[in-house]
Design a protein around this ligand. Sequence first.
Ligand code: NAD
Ligand code: ZN
Length: 371
Amino acid sequence: VIRCRAAVAWAPSKPLSVEEVEVVPPKAGEVRIKLVATGICQTDDHLLQGCFPNAEFPVIPGHEGAGIVESVGEGVTSMKPGDKVMPLCIPQCGECSFCRNPDSNYCQKSHIAEPQNLLPDKTSRFSCKGKQIHHFMWISTFAEYTVVPEYAVAKIDAAAPLDKICLFGCGFSTGYGAAINTAKVKPGSTCAIFGLGGVGLSVVMGCKAAGASRIIAVDINNDKFAKAKELGATDCINPRDLRKPVQEVLTEMTGQGVDYSFEAIGQADTMIAALASCNMNTGVCVMIGELDSGSEISIDPTGSEISIDPMLLLTGRTWKGTVLGGWKMRDCIPRLVSSYLEKKFNPDLLITHTLPFAKVNEGFELLRAGK
Ligand code: NAD
Ligand code: ZN
């Protein structure tokens, strides 16, 4: 048993508390990982607010981490102690029909299909003060050690800087893949990205890499625009500075609306605005943001709904969603990390602050403040 620090959420809407926890050894088919770095994604904040579906408290959040294998359970053959790895918030069991479908990345062992608050044998590897603590999406990266099933871990290049590539565990891969895999942005096309957090800025990078000729970045926080431009945005729009709805302005700017729009915020009104901003006939809108009711805390997360005019789709638009940018994570994350090492893209610019583990709550304050 390893005793180490972890950030525990004892109940919704409370700050995290950094505690000493016990992490038991990996069972058969599992891997114990010493985490080196983790990012903070807005999805962790949804969890802390109590808005993440099927979550259970107390829980150790975090799903964007990277580390080194400490020990492996019986039968684990694809990795060994000392290997650099990334725990995956979308596993790849390799056996379910979604894993066997080359066009799908949503393994049926993933959280929405089957809660991942406990490991597959329905027990936890974490305890604190004699209490069982839940896992989050199996991987709980806000801990110094975590235990994960082998098929939810990807072995990555030994040269990878873990404090940089931890973002590949969610934000970067999601946004970049939403453009490349889900929308399949074509060269010369026009794109609009709603929301310029870690996810939206990664969409900008993906659109640029795909050769889009016009990349319009939309956010209510003007401080996001300099970085969006640095990453490839050609225009930046703040809906609060406009006299008309943003979808009308985007349609005027591009003639018939953009070819591809992306929602990376998680609000009903911006989801509708993104849908209406793309060309009524051939436009593709990709939903990435997870819906909660804006700044309100929704007690019943399944109660968040949006309604649309069917005419928006009748004329030919496509509206689709993405999980983790469509990447089959176990296959694709190691390749994305290698491409990073070959300098094919540089998401280092997404890193705004680096904090010691004990300041995890400060990290959330920075996220909520739009920093
Ligand atoms: P973030 O908080 O860093 O960024 C959100 C951005 O949206 C901020 O820049 C904010 O200023 C902007 N914004 C807020 N309201 C706005 C409005 N009305 N109009 C325009 N801009 C507005 O969040 P993030 O970590 O980048 O995550 C974005 C969303 O993606 C979240 O909902 C998160 O849960 C979701 N997400 C989904 C997946 C997936 O697999 N589908 C993966 C990761 C994150
Ligand atoms: Zn995430």
